[in-house]
Design a protein around this ligand. Structure first.
Ligand code: ZN
Length: 283
């Protein structure tokens, strides 16, 4: 028996969508100021992230950082925390609601409640040309959560794999903060999938991935709006053209570079305040 379909089904489907969060009302990022400041950058540090592993890095507020492809196509899973308060962390879901499923230049990475403020602003993206392909795929998504050993165990009948991005991020954060894996794991959160090319299938709405268009030399650049602790995992999926959660895919390192703008280049800029909601919740 076919399921009940109301007589006005087509009329209901034909209702026009409205954008949930018109970003025009967000406080604009001062992209001109950032653009001028990035002309003055001096490289002050770098961290190489080995394949199938993760590393932490810190970026002071008002500095820039780049994630760069160096030896071959490779996807990276990025976590960000307020370096002075790890309870303030990147909020992938709200960032997606505000900016859409994939991020590029001008978009911001927003922090968790009750803070909800920009943690970082994307100031350059050499893959900005990619746009949206014929499959609905695009680069740098905030859809996928991160590959993790729990989902892998579910889908593989109990398989034990220790180099999923979730575990890589957990080990890196545990090392950085001198805590156990169990303690550090609580602070690991949904990621920005750097260089990953993903979308939803038109017919079934399933999350798909395809070979990343990234090539050595490509980079995505961020402006740190607050003091940041970052962790980046070089996903065991490599360019994510076939599978992850295994040692099958070819994987390459990623490079994180930290840059300092010249003195005075950011005159007039201040780190964003915490969210204006006062937290009463009607109590
Ligand atoms: Zn991964």
């Amino acid at each position: 028996m076919s399921p009940f379909v109301p007589p006005d089904a087509e009329a209901r489907r034909a209702v026009r969508p409205v954008i949930c969060y018109p970003v025009e009302t967000l406080p604009p990022a001062p992209m001109q100021l950032y653009g001028a400041a990035r002309e003055t950058l001096e490289r002050i540090g770098e961290v190489v992230v080995p394949p199938r592993d993760a590393r932490c890095f810190t970026v002071p507020a008002g500095h820039f950082f780049r994630i760069r492809s160096i030896e071959g196509p490779q996807v990276g899973d990025l976590n960000l925390w307020n370096a002075n308060d790890l309870s303030e962390r990147f909020y992938s879901g709200k960032t997606r609601a505000l900016h859409g499923s994939h991020l590029t230049t001008g978009d911001r990475m927003w922090s968790s409640f009750p803070h909800l403020r920009p943690m970082a602003t994307i100031t350059h993206d050499t893959l900005g040309w990619y746009g949206r392909d014929a499959y609905g795929g695009a680069v740098h998504d905030v859809i996928g959560t991160r590959c993790d050993p729990y989902t892998h165990a579910l889908l593989s009948g109990g398989g034990q794999y220790h180099h999923c991005c979730h575990s890589n991020l957990t080990r890196a954060l545990a090392g950085e903060t001198h805590r156990t894996a169990v303690e550090a794991e609580r602070d690991v959160h949904d990621v920005l999938n750097v260089f990953m090319c993903t979308g939803f299938t038109q017919d079934t709405g399933q999350y798909f991935m395809k070979a990343s268009p990234v090539r050595p030399g490509d980079f995505i650049e961020f402006f740190a709006e607050i003091d940041l602790l970052g962790a980046l995992s070089a996903c065991p999926g490599g360019d994510c053209s076939s599978e992850h959660s295994s040692d099958v895919a070819r994987c390459f390192p990623l490079l994180v570079e930290i840059f300092k703008p010249a003195k005075g280049a950011l005159d007039g800029w201040t780190s964003p305040e915490r969210n204006a909601y006062r937290g009463g919740h009607g109590m």
